[in-house]
Design a protein around this ligand. Sequence first.
Ligand code: SF4
Length: 335
Amino acid sequence: MFVSVRDLKVHFPAEEGLVRAVDGLSFSIERGKTLAIVGESGSGKTAASLAMLGLHGKAARISGEIAIGDAQVVGASESTLRRLRGNRMAMIFQDPLTAMHPYHKVGEQIVEAYRTHRSVSRKAARQRTLDMLARVGMADAQRAFDSYPHQLSGGQRQRVMIAMALCCDPELLIADEPTTALDVTVQAQILDLLKDLQREFGSAIIMITHDLGVVAEVADEVVVMYAGRAVETGTVRDVFYRPSHPYTWGLLESIPRLDHQRDRLTAIPGSPPSLAGLAEGCAFRKRCGHAASVPDGLCASQAPLPTDIAAGHSIRCHLTDTGRAAARSNPRQPS
Ligand code: SF4
């Protein structure tokens, strides 16, 4: 596996208690494949991606293992992390306006980012920047180069961010909600662009998103996160056609689907728990309509461990095979 994350924990000490932003996350990705990490705000997906880049901040306590090829991220020195960022991995942020300097031309910003990671002349960096701007679909690369961020549309700015991220041919691209700020048609163009570039560059992509439409469009593998933990992991087919965790059921019931006729969409009741001092038991139990089906109050007393239910498909839930089958036939069973 090119990217391997094992038992990653990202904890922050806080007045209310230890905040377990990520608590035992494991996954892996091959080159040329896309893994989507999906979940609501506060599920830990962004904290996990920042830890992968070594950008978690000094207050965070990180443990576990993050391997990018032969390089280890956890415990690496700042100089090693700087070499890894840009050279082997890069990030595309949700809002390019905040990621770019407003008073510098976008082309110069890419040139500077490129020269931070590669020892090349300014002339060579300019040419590389123009080539990349053209490659990401900027019709007039020179004009884009000479533009300030505010002179570009949202979609153009995201193309510029992708050009900047890909300048150094990173082997791993982490895209944090890259299309959330864009309208639907531009979203589709940006996702198509990412898929094209992935085919060309062979990068692995981690797509952080709350949008299952994006997951269906781009992902090979999916990690569904809730309260800092992966509650379901599997292929995109597993998660869309054989979803097996009550939280995944809730996510899927809350989006419109062309292959399912429904009278109405169903929101998941309640809101995610505070990650500070999480109580014992399953973190999803207060929102779960199926806890009553599990005997002995297990959902309240024991946090479920990851269980393989098929090759490559795993969930954290106390429901048995029979319990899941019964729950699927009565998806809105009250707790
Ligand atoms: Fe629901 Fe219990 Fe499964 Fe948690 S462990 S998702 S509360 S059934």
